[in-house]
Design a protein around this ligand. Structure first.
Ligand code: ZN
Length: 206
């Protein structure tokens, strides 16, 4: 009988883009130097600064590195560096992944329309950063909120403040460059605080 049963389905590890590791290493190097970054990288992942991933990675690797950093230096020191890693990720996307004509169009449109276009593009590419989480844009009120259901980056964390500065930083830089120079992104609900989702508010948009 057993031979006729379908083999058990094993879910492949959810994957995200390598920038979640590459840019965090760069941000740690900038803040604490190469040796610190190299030692955390070796402890949390199988990579070295010379063998950083180039393709999609297991989301657990990015999470392990971010959580190790939070554990080692504490949230107050780690969160600005995670935000910097997000800024660096956005800079990479602007230089390599978002075609210049699309950037021109988004910049030329009225803010609200440009934002709709940008958020539609971000949503289409959510498979590159959300992993096993689900990214949703909620248009309620004047400006939308950005939401992760089942956020992968803060999974398993229990903190006294929101912890998803990597995502906040990525969105923040994209918005500041393409929509409004004063844009900032604030995580107002986080699963690390026991919330059902991670929710980000957009400030400085008008
Ligand atoms: Zn969060």
């Amino acid at each position: 009988m057993g031979a006729t049963l379908a083999p058990p389905r094993t879910e492949p590890a959810a994957r995200i883009g390598p920038n979640a590791v590459i840019q965090l290493v760069a941000a740690m190097q900038a803040r604490w130097g190469e040796r610190f970054a190299e030692s955390l990288l070796a402890e949390a992942t199988e990579y070295t600064p010379d063998t950083l991933p180039e393709a999609m990675i297991d989301e657990g690797e990015a999470r392990a590195l971010a959580h190790l950093l939070l554990d080692r230096v504490g949230a107050a020191a780690a969160l600005p560096v995670l935000r910097d890693a997000g800024h660096r990720t956005a800079d990479y996307l602007l230089a390599n992944r978002i075609p210049p004509p699309a950037q021109w169009v988004i910049r030329l449109l009225p803010r609200r329309l440009g934002l709709r276009l940008l958020l539609a593009a971000i949503t289409r590419h959510a498979w590159t950063f959300a992993g096993s989480g689900r990214f949703v844009v909620r248009w309620v009120g004047t400006w939308p909120a950005l939401v992760f259901e089942g956020c992968t980056m803060c999974r398993g964390l229990h903190g006294d403040r929101p912890m998803c500065d990597y995502y906040a930083g990525t969105f923040e830089r994209l918005l500041a460059v393409l929509i409004s120079p004063a844009a900032s992104v604030v995580e107002v609900e986080c699963q690390a605080l026991g919330a059902a989702t991670c929710r980000f508010r957009l400030d400085g948009m008008s």
